[in-house]
Design a protein around this ligand. Sequence first.
Ligand code: SF4
Length: 371
Amino acid sequence: MPTASPHFFDLDPDSLAAHFDQWGLPRFRARQVMQWVYQHGVADPQAMTNLTQRDRDLLADRLRFLVGTPVRHERATDGTQKLLLDWHAQPDAKRQLTVLGQSAGGSAMQTECVMIPAESKASGKLRRTACISSQVGCPVGCHFCASGLGGLDANLTAGQIVEQVFQLQQIPGIERITNIVFMGMGEPLANFNQVVQAIRTLMADWAFNLAGRRITVSTVGLPAQIRRLADLDLPVTLAISLHAPNDDVRRKLIPWAAQVSVEQLVDAGRHYFQRTGREVTLEYILLRHVNDRPEHARELADVARRLRANINLIRYNEVAGLPFDRPTSEDVHAFQQVLRERGVNTHIRASRGRDIAAACGQLRHEHQAQT
Ligand code: SF4
């Protein structure tokens, strides 16, 4: 197979049809192939039974469908499932390393994606949320996070981002993914163009047909990129990973906070709200005795009120070798109480999949340590 053969999940119907023209395949076949993949979950050309054998062979030769190899699949007792995908054989995985001067490292080209089932309180329906990665490793290097331990290895392509959702749907029993969060490995807004292209595919009626409000982009905070996202026609939910109520604490946890202040993030978040009408969420990982004190909660309430944001509190999942602890339940609830008393809408996110290395980057970290 030629190494430059296109990846199916990078293509929309028009670009697939253009390739079919070049290969001498009828254009209507492109629509059929899109239906096989997105409607029927079939990504093996040999199983596309309404194609001629010649067309199936040609497709298998010219087009790459699944480029990520699952190397680990873990299932937690609470139903959370995690896949570790290896992109190693892919020639295009190390392109576009333009993020803040980062260069490709030598570690394994693996990323994680997770399916988290939960019952919707409003409708009672089962939600299946895919938490997906946008980069291999992460350039930010938050001191509490396993994903940032080895730095950035590569940006994922739009196709690789979309393929994670497809691969999760291939797991027996999962059926359809209903929500997407860009909260896996990487800083999505540092891989802006590929992430935006992937979101367009996730929302397209010929593909996953997900409403924008069901897709959350979570960023540690690149104000210029937040504004750029706000000015597109993508009504996705924005979550800012604040993790600290002020610059002093934030700089101790997040290296990029040295360049970006909380105030700049509040401004960018306000712009996002004004342009899209969508409330911003603040993500806040509670680290024991680091950012979980009542005075932190009071300061955080001020930030949230200025931004009219709601807050997701996340209890830290410990990572072996990192010097941070999970807060006690009493401290988490006391923290929430301070926020609520100040009128801030606050939600404690349930810890999911703790028995399968659920923290972002943790499974890859453990897998690489073992192998
Ligand atoms: Fe990167 Fe997010 Fe981990 Fe920070 S918490 S290192 S931004 S993946």
